[in-house]
Design a protein around this ligand. Structure first.
Ligand code: HEC
Ligand code: HEC
Ligand code: HEC
Ligand code: HEC
Ligand code: HEC
Length: 253
């Protein structure tokens, strides 16, 4: 294992994939909306069976591997992306090579057939979502996905229902956040990953209440007047267009 695996790759260049919002008329999605709601999509907190019992707790927390090592496109594109078998084999061709649990990984590597992970999170087709824009506004993964770094088998941390998305889109100043102790020049997206490193270095008990809530996956926005004032400053600094953020065409087009 090379040391670089464990360092945040803070120097990768951000490419904010700005979405061009079509100002078209959303009609099709309205008719398919009712049909597309699978009950499986709303199952929160239920671990999903996977071909390999992959543990985020082991890899992301105990080993301290940066999320971007495996979810390589999360700050650059709409999709976070899942790791290829090669990514797993960068370590598992050398360590735990005889583990029976890793047999499907070795077979995938030998046959060139990708592992078929079961998707945990999914919004319906008529909803648009974009990772990079959220990461580039400093929104931590755990705010949306729950405490991933503690998960043995990945489960859904939030319902991803419309009302939940809108809570933040209507008042992003309650959510945007910048760690005052981190250097002022840091891009907001680095705040996302710095928090995991701070947690590694300092431990949970030395984090602020807000940071603790984020990492416990139960952060629901701040009502503290001071936080909101700072939040408003960040909203204007990041150029977030609050007035339009809850428009239907932002997520449905
Ligand atoms: C060593 C590789 C690795 C690292 C590091 C890693 N992940 Fe993952 N992640 C995976 C794999 C493999 C899956 C698919 C299997 C699963 O769902 O557990 C996955 C799935 C996920 C999913 C669910 C995707 C879906 O199906 O909807 C989320 C959310 C996620 N990871 C977030 C994170 C976050 C946040 C971090 C950093 C704190 C992180 N991951 C670090 C490998 C990794
Ligand atoms: C940076 C190195 C690294 C990468 C990349 C990595 N792992 Fe691991 N993995 C480890 C280490 C180290 C352990 C053993 C941890 C322990 O038990 O102390 C481990 C343990 C495991 C185990 C448990 C094995 C057992 O017998 O208990 C599974 C399953 C696993 N990894 C799956 C994966 C998958 C799937 C991927 C790719 C998505 C992956 N790992 C990527 C380092 C890595
Ligand atoms: C603002 C909320 C939000 C944040 C922040 C967020 N995600 Fe997601 N994530 C989602 C939603 C919604 C989906 C389902 C998207 C879909 O169905 O197209 C998803 C899906 C995923 C998936 C599976 C599908 C894919 O895109 O490849 C992975 C992996 C993932 N997220 C990882 C991460 C990681 C890692 C981070 C932090 C670096 C993160 N997410 C931050 C909301 C979020
Ligand atoms: C914690 C806050 C938060 C949550 C939760 C959240 N968003 Fe966002 N979202 C934002 C912010 C901030 C932006 C950036 C807006 C800007 O820069 O003008 C954004 C932007 C977007 C954009 C791009 C708009 C554009 O201008 O291109 C889409 C699409 C989007 N969000 C969809 C969703 C969906 C769907 C969900 C729920 C599954 C969701 N968001 C949940 C905060 C959030
Ligand atoms: C921030 C993103 C976002 C915005 C803005 C948004 N929606 Fe949605 N909408 C969603 C998500 C996510 C779902 C899927 C909810 C689910 O699967 O439960 C959804 C689902 C729907 C549905 C399907 C019925 C349902 O409840 O599942 C309708 C109809 C709908 N939206 C209409 C609208 C209208 C009208 C507006 C403007 C007033 C709007 N949406 C604005 C994210 C958004």
């Amino acid at each position: 294992m090379s040391a670089q695996v464990f360092k945040p790759s803070a120097n990768s260049i951000a490419q904010v994939a700005m979405l061009s919002i079509a100002i078209g008329v959303p009609t099709v999605w309205l008719s398919i909306a009712g049909l597309s709601r699978s009950p499986a999509n709303t199952k929160v907190d239920v671990p999903l069976n996977q071909p390999v019992p992959f543990s985020h707790q082991h890899h992301a927390w105990e080993l301290g591997i940066d999320c971007r090592y495996c979810h390589t496109s999360v700050e650059k594109s709409s999709y976070a992306g899942l790791p290829s078998t090669e990514t797993c084999m960068s370590c598992h061709s050398q360590i735990w090579t005889n583990s029976p649990l890793l047999e499907p990984v070795r077979r995938s590597y030998e046959t060139g057939t990708p592992i078929k992970w079961n998707l945990v999170n999914k919004v319906p087709q008529f909803v648009h979502f974009n990772h990079s824009i959220h990461i580039n506004r400093g929104i931590n993964c755990d705010v949306c996905h729950g405490a991933v770094q503690y998960m043995q088998i990945t489960f859904k941390g939030n319902s991803f229902q419309m009302a939940w998305c809108l809570q933040c889109h209507r008042a992003p100043e309650r959510y945007v956040y910048k760690d005052e102790t981190a250097p002022a020049t840091e891009a907001p997206r680095n705040q996302v990953f710095n928090l995991y490193w701070k947690f590694q270095e300092k431990g949970m008990s030395n984090l602020s209440d807000r940071e603790k809530e984020i990492l416990h996956g139960d952060y629901g926005g701040s009502d503290d007047a001071q936080d909101k004032t700072k939040g408003k400053e960040l909203v204007s600094k990041y150029g977030i267009h609050v007035a339009q953020l809850a428009d239907c065409s932002v997520c449905h087009y």
